[in-house]
Design a protein around this ligand. Structure first.
Ligand SMILES: [Zn+2]
Ligand SMILES: [Zn+2]
Length: 251
């Protein structure tokens, strides 16, 4: 058996607090420190030995990043190619991720009153710009998340088809990209997309077709209704906010 040495801990995220200090970002409830991670990772021991219901990938069930996320469906988030299979582009995931590793040229993290840490633009971000990949640990369908922590995870279809059920999830609680800090708004300028780069499925945040973010403005995304099912409320401030705290409304 090969024993692997624990890899060196990667960088934490730093943000500017309301009082203007540089601080290390921590998870809101557990106070653990999330680390920067430039790719989706995978722990085979977390995956079931039987294939999940609805699996439409290779017949022999051998979970790996390759078998779970290889696809030719969807739009390439690097070149914009939408050619139907099997002639999809051959873009490099490494090239895409190298670009995202430079995220601090375009964005910064700042504390927002009542919202925790958010992502702010340092340059104007135009419509349909791919903001960044949502990275973290790829968890199997039905993975139970600790509900005492705020939900840093997004769903991702598994197998070659983009409309595939089952879905796994990418967990950015302990490691992820800066995309994990993008706050919800009921009037969001960006959205989550399931695309690909070359032949690898990539979940990312992308600007909507008719929206831009100005210098100094916060970037927001719509988390979807499921996020608010556990009795959480939204403080986005939009006049048509869909998840208002009923107590806050009356005061
Ligand atoms: Zn491409
Ligand atoms: Zn809202």
């Amino acid at each position: 058996m090969v024993r692997l040495k624990a890899p060196p801990k990667s960088k934490p995220f730093r943000f500017t607090s309301i009082s203007g200090r540089r601080r290390i970002a921590k998870n809101i409830r557990s106070k653990t420190i999330p680390r920067q991670c430039g790719s989706v990772t995978f722990n085979p021991s977390e995956w079931p030995t039987n294939r999940p219901k609805g699996w439409n990938g290779p017949k022999t069930w051998k979970p790996s990043l390759d078998t779970l996320l290889t696809t030719t469906e969807g739009m390439c988030l690097l070149c914009g190619d939408e050619t139907p299979k099997p002639n999809s582009c051959k873009c490099s995931l490494e090239a895409f991720r190298a670009k995202e590793a430079q995220w601090e040229k375009l964005f910064e993290l700042k504390e927002v009153e009542g919202m925790g840490v958010g992502v702010f633009a340092k340059k104007r971000i135009g419509p349909r710009t791919v903001i960044g990949e949502y990275t973290g640990v790829l968890n199997p369908p039905g993975h139970l998340y600790d509900t005492s922590e705020v939900g840093y995870h997004v769903q991702v279809p598994l197998g070659p088809s983009i409309s595939s059920k089952p879905c796994g999830s990418i967990d950015a609680t302990h490691e992820g990209s800066f995309a994990r800090f993008v706050n919800h708004s009921c009037n969001a300028k960006a959205r989550f997309v399931t695309g690909r780069v070359g032949r690898t499925r990539v979940t990312a945040i992308m600007m909507k077709g008719n929206r831009a973010v100005k210098v100094g403005e916060q970037l927001t995304v719509d988390y979807g209704p499921w996020y608010f099912q556990g009795g959480q409320y939204c403080y986005c401030g939009y006049w048509r906010c869909r998840h208002l705290d009923p107590d806050a409304r009356s005061t």
